[in-house]
Design a protein around this ligand. Structure first.
Ligand SMILES: [Zn+2]
Length: 83
């Protein structure tokens, strides 16, 4: 793993966040950065997208499901892959 520990933590600008939209919503809702700056939470409240090295990864496959309302039954496994 190539981890650059000395690299300054990049912050996402608000204007940039406004360009982003949740790929999991029909309405393409806005995303907001969480307090730690490590994830983008969708306005729908269902998804949390990871931010890697200051780059948001807006892939549903990588998203953390915060509200499994719609996908209940499909999420029983797959946990425990956190680093
Ligand atoms: Zn969403």
């Amino acid at each position: 793993m190539a981890t650059e520990g000395t690299a300054p933590q990049q912050k996402l600008d608000e204007w940039f966040l406004k360009l982003l939209a949740c790929p999991g919503c029909d309405e393409r809702r806005a995303l907001t950065l969480n307090a730690e700056g490590t994830g983008l939470k969708c306005a729908c409240g269902k998804y949390l997208f990871p931010v890697t090295d200051g780059i948001p990864v807006l892939l549903l496959d990588n998203a953390e499901i915060l509200d499994a309302d719609k996908t209940a039954g499909e999420l029983s496994c797959g946990e425990g892959d956190k680093k």
